[in-house]
Design a protein around this ligand. Structure first.
Ligand code: ADP
Ligand code: MG
Length: 397
């Protein structure tokens, strides 16, 4: 689960991290009071969407020379003018995809005097089985470019879970970020604070880009992207309250109600598979034969007929889906349950696109019989390769 920048900053502030003063705004009429509550004379009006790259983003409905999704303002009046222009409009960034995201919230923040922009993130580094800091002196708006062109400028410091952030870790991070004086002392308090927040709140990613050194020599968290481990949300009701479902894919919200592992993608072949590994392989083989999957979907091990029905409905609801591939290797999951779920769903919502089904394993014969007897227009496949070829051919017409 992701949260907005202003929520992430409030959370980090509660752990003691240095963030600027700011006020979230939901309606343009709130912008004036928000700006007046800040010291000035420099303000920043920041679009709150669950995607990065806002500064370099473009508003769809505004002209090509309109400013981006993060704007400096030099007076309360300028804050208000920008808020009026930004709210309700669609911001397209490198991370939103071409459809963009509607800006429904703004964050009006105190402007900082920036000396340097650094990059800092904390993540779970699976290669070493530890939480790690990833830092670079080249922070700001193009860290992807830095990673691509000069990867040596990105430094990883893994943290020993028994010890937490040690003095050596602080030194390594300060050196990597070329911090000294007040900034290095700030680092000594900030790095352990961020690590503590990450661990205590079960985050999966904490990205501060940029972390800035201000003209006065102190550090400040200027942007915050926070993602949480969904599997641990049950123990963080305070975090769950920050959820903004308007930022999430409707189909993914529906899937989460049924405890389905579903991720919407850009292709046109809907996939219903059991097991994450088989789901990945199914997506790969669709690509191998020249098409693109519309989703990742793992119905899980012991799925009920209701769950399968819900999954099928979620797939067919996506207007981009031009064909569906069901690939089940029945183990704990029985093929006849899948067949019954699919038929129940088709009875409710109809079937307007080609459907290829590959059933193998427990009760495969029974499952095939149920589908054949149903009178549904289903193409059956012998194996994964055959199934992928058939659905790609059907979709390409
Ligand atoms: P994004 O990463 O989505 O583009 P950021 O919050 O990182 O959004 O903002 C983009 C840039 O805007 C920053 O790199 C920084 O240069 C500038 N900026 C953001 N917030 C402030 C602020 N409070 N004061 C001064 N400049 C800011
Ligand atoms: Mg940023």
């Amino acid at each position: 689960m992701n949260i907005h920048e202003y929520q992430g900053k409030a959370l980090l502030k509660s752990f003691g991290a240095p963030v600027a003063e700011g006020v979230p705004v939901f309606k343009a009429s709130e912008a004036e009071a928000a700006a007046q509550a800040l010291p000035g004379p420099l303000y920043v009006v920041k679009s709150q969407i669950h995607a990065g790259g806002r500064g370099k983003g473009k508003f769809k409905e505004l002209g090509a020379d309109a400013k981006g999704g993060v704007r400096l303002a030099k007076s309360v009046a300028e804050v208000v003018a920008n808020a009026n222009e930004m709210l309700g409009h669609t911001l397209v960034t490198k991370q939103t995809g071409p459809a963009g995201k509607q800006v429904n919230r703004l964050y009006i923040e105190d402007g900082a005097d920036i000396e340097r922009e650094l990059y800092l993130s904390i993540l779970v580094d699976r290669s070493v089985g530890r939480i790690a800091f990833v830092v670079s002196t080249e922070g700001g708006m193009d860290i992807e470019g830095v990673a691509h062109d000069t990867p040596e400028k990105i430094i990883t410091v893994a943290i020993d879970p028994e010890k937490g952030v040690t003095a050596e870790d602080v030194k390594a991070l300060n050196d990597a970020l070329k911090l000294d004086g007040d900034a290095a002392r700030d680092g000594g308090t900030l790095f352990p604070i961020l690590y503590k927040a990450f661990v205590e709140k079960d985050m999966s990613l904490l990205e501060v880009n940029p972390l800035i050194v201000m003209k006065d020599g102190h550090l400040r968290v200027l942007d915050a992207k926070v993602s949480f481990d969904n599997n641990a949300l049950f123990r963080h009701p305070d975090v769950l309250e920050l959820r903004d479902t308007s930022e999430e894919d409707e189909k993914e919200i529906e899937a989460s109600k049924y405890d389905l592992a579903y991720v919407a993608l850009d292709g046109n072949i809907g996939c219903m598979v059991n097991g994450a590994g088989l789901a990945m392989a199914t997506m790969d083989i669709i690509k191998l034969y020249g098409a693109e999957p519309a989703n990742f979907l793992d119905v899980g091990g012991g799925a009920s007929k209701e769950k399968v029905t819900a999954a099928f409905k979620i797939i067919t609801r996506d207007p981009a889906v031009k064909g569906i591939l069901i690939n089940i290797f029945g183990g704990i999951m029985k093929c006849d349950i899948i067949a019954e779920g699919v038929i129940a769903a088709v009875k409710e919502v109809g079937l307007k696109v080609p459907l290829v089904v590959r059933l193998e394993g427990t009760n495969a014969e029974l499952g095939k019989k149920i589908i054949n007897d149903s009178g549904l227009n289903v193409v059956s496949a012998d194996d994964l390769d055959d199934a992928a070829k058939k659905i790609v051919a059907a979709v390409k017409g």
